[in-house]
Design a protein around this ligand. Sequence first.
Ligand code: NAD
Length: 364
Amino acid sequence: MEDFVYTGNPGRVVFGSGTVARLPEEADRLKAKRILVLSTPEQAGQAADIAAHLGSRVVATYSKAQMHTPVEVTIDAMRFLEECSADAVLSVGGGSTTGLGKAIAFRTDLPQIVVPTTYAGSEATPILGETEGGRKVTKSDPRILPEVVMYDVDLTLTLPVALSVTSGINAVAHAIEALYAREANPIISLMAEQGISAITRSLPLIHADAGDRDARSDALYGAWLCGVCLGSVGMALHHKLCHTLGGMFNLPHAQLHTAVLPHAVAYNAPAVPAAMKRLSRAMGADDPAAGLFDLAKQLGATMSLKDLGMPDGSVESALEQAMSNAYWNPRELEKRELGDLLGRAFRGERPPGIGGPGSRGAMR
Ligand code: NAD
């Protein structure tokens, strides 16, 4: 066993089916008596149904959460929070809603209960990415980590199949980069391997039947494990590329991660053979990069950054920005090869792998 350092993030997790009925117990544990409920406009109805479990403990609902946590939305929500003298927030939704709850908690240190409905994993991290003036800035702070996460598989049944696929692969990205992180350690690697396996196994089943409760449960469990990975160790090339491209071209979060991940894995693979061995084992794929590409494509994901909205002729400027901030990666950042990587991702081509076009992908 090699030397390692492991730091666990505190936090309570309640997992199952119908768990939202237990919200009153959790609110009482936190001594929360005046709860502000948060959601996106699309999930306002679902949030209201869930809030009903809390009865008079709910003082108001704010349903204007947006992707990438714009600071102006947070300021508006803070005014609302002060007017209703809330003493806790309940976030119902994906990473966008969780982001707003975290932004409020960072400023107020109020306790958060999160009911996640996607596989983004934000609920398991002390990380907040906020956007101001077109720039996304990431911070990490213990106040940002939610106190209680209530996973209720029933709420994920409505997550559209296309978003389930890309959100699941977004989660897998956290676990893959944890396997080769600078701070990698045996506990997080165990979680990463289990998380990747649970999600890559369940996505084809969800694609075939969005109401497959067992598969939904596996995916949600995997999402939690992958979120813990993201919150525990540093990320590398894949997350940095997505941060750069998402910020420059406002591309949709989960879809962007899905299109970039196979290429980032192909780039780093030669530098991290032990991590690739674990990834192959978790996915049941000889060549993980090609396997990820094939899995996503077979499940209908858009694999071309151009088709996701990246403008023609922008690969060079994206490359310049991706190279401009030095960050740790297990393989040195080589400009020409990164340019090739971005070009392939832009066009939606399969990454060159150890096994070539016929190599076994992730579908079992
Ligand atoms: P999202 O929260 O933006 O959700 C996408 C859309 O799906 C929204 O309209 C939402 O209302 C809807 N939706 C969510 N769950 C649904 C369900 N069960 N049924 C029907 N509709 C549903 O998407 P996301 O990918 O979960 O989150 C992306 C955001 O999260 C980005 O801003 C990203 O930066 C952030 N994020 C942060 C972290 C972190 O640790 N800080 C981690 C992952 C993602």
